[in-house]
Design a protein around this ligand. Structure first.
Ligand code: SER
Length: 331
């Protein structure tokens, strides 16, 4: 179905739709705009997916021709470009991660320019920050000195987005996501993934071995808040957006030890141990929290989930999943 530009509902293409953010964002967008308006794309073959709940296409976002073909065929008006290699995985194959993260973004920006799309969303990350940034409440306009290929690609990506906005009028919007915590789809390849894995292991085995030290504080956010922030930013009037790069957004800041203490309130027998690996040095280069004053000012950003509410909601959703083989006591 080709989109009639006069229609009010946008036609939205999402890359990385099967990933941690994509899974929830596609569902939220379909709730708002209708199933048929949201074209989910990812690397997976459609025949291997059991729960297709709307249009889906297998797409390697490095394949510019296929991307443009989908944009033209569906009359796409907005793209949410979520496909990327995250921080820890990116360090294993730096050039491959750079190529995927950068070339895919350039393909999307070119498609947005050539097909005159209304809007593009592209996530940046707290990984743009580095050792020279204040550890606590990192400001929006801090000097960026990323230490990972992922972070370098996000810093460069922010510049490319500003370039396309400035030179070609592409309305591309971006957030510096913190570590995201969710129950629907697994996190993969990030440094902050422990904060998801610990819930599954606590419910499955009653214990978790953490690869970060007990006192490593990082910025985190519950997925519900991340989806809301993304939709709020995308729906904001363009004139209100004074920040040309990607907005800092804050919500939670906690350490593995603090999360374990919170989990113990629900699962008294849960234990955590520590076996620190290479991800610690990535975490050490990131701030513990960010200053999101600009997001609050420009589009009224307010997180809803604190550590207590996030932990309770994660357990509410995941406990039934592990009910049959759960050895931990849920109080
Ligand atoms: N969650 C990401 C990572 O750990 C940070 O944006 O790589």
């Amino acid at each position: 179905m080709k989109h009639d530009k006069k229609q009010l509902s946008p036609v939205i293409l999402v890359t990385g739709a099967r990933g941690q953010i994509g899974t929830e964002l596609v569902a939220a967008l379909r709730n708002i705009y209708g199933r048929e308006q949201v074209i989910a794309t990812d690397l997976h073959d459609a025949t291997t997916i059991v729960d297709l709940e709307g249009p889906y296409h297998q797409l390697n976002v490095l394949d510019k021709d296929e991307l443009e073909n989908l944009v033209a065929t569906y009359g796409v008006t907005q793209i949410y470009h979520l496909a990327a290699t995250l921080s820890a995985k990116g360090e294993e194959t730096p050039l491959k991660a750079w190529h995927l993260n950068m070339q895919s973004l350039l393909n999307i920006l070119e498609a947005a320019k050539d097909h005159k799309l209304d809007k593009v969303f592209w996530p940046s990350s707290i990984a743009v920050f580095g050792p020279s940034t204040a550890r606590k409440i990192s400001p929006q306009n801090a000097l960026l000195d990323p230490q990972t290929v992922y972070g370098i690609s996000k810093e460069a990506g922010e510049q490319w987005c500003a370039y396309y906005r400035e030179h070609y009028g592409v309305d591309v919007r971006s957030l510096r996501y913190p570590g995201l915590i969710s129950y629907s789809a697994p996190a993969g390849g990030g440094t902050t993934d422990y904060a998801v894995a610990v819930f599954h292991e606590a419910l499955k085995n009653g214990r978790y071995e953490c690869y970060l030290s007990p006192n490593t504080a990082l910025p985190m956010m519950y997925m519900d808040d991340a989806v809301r922030a993304t939709l709020q930013l995308m729906n904001a009037r363009v004139e209100a957006l004074k920040e040309r790069g990607a907005y800092n957004i804050g919500a939670l800041s906690f350490t593995p030890a603090e999360l374990a203490t919170e989990l113990n309130k629900h699962l008294p027998d849960f234990t955590i141990s520590y076996s620190i690996d290479k991800r610690q040095s990535i975490a050490n280069s990131w701030p513990a929290s960010v200053d999101d004053a600009e997001a609050r000012r420009d589009w009224n950003w307010h997180p809803e989930y604190d550590l207590v509410a996030m932990t309770a909601d994660m357990l509410d959703h995941l406990t039934p999943v592990y009910k049959n083989n759960n050895i931990a006591t849920v109080s």
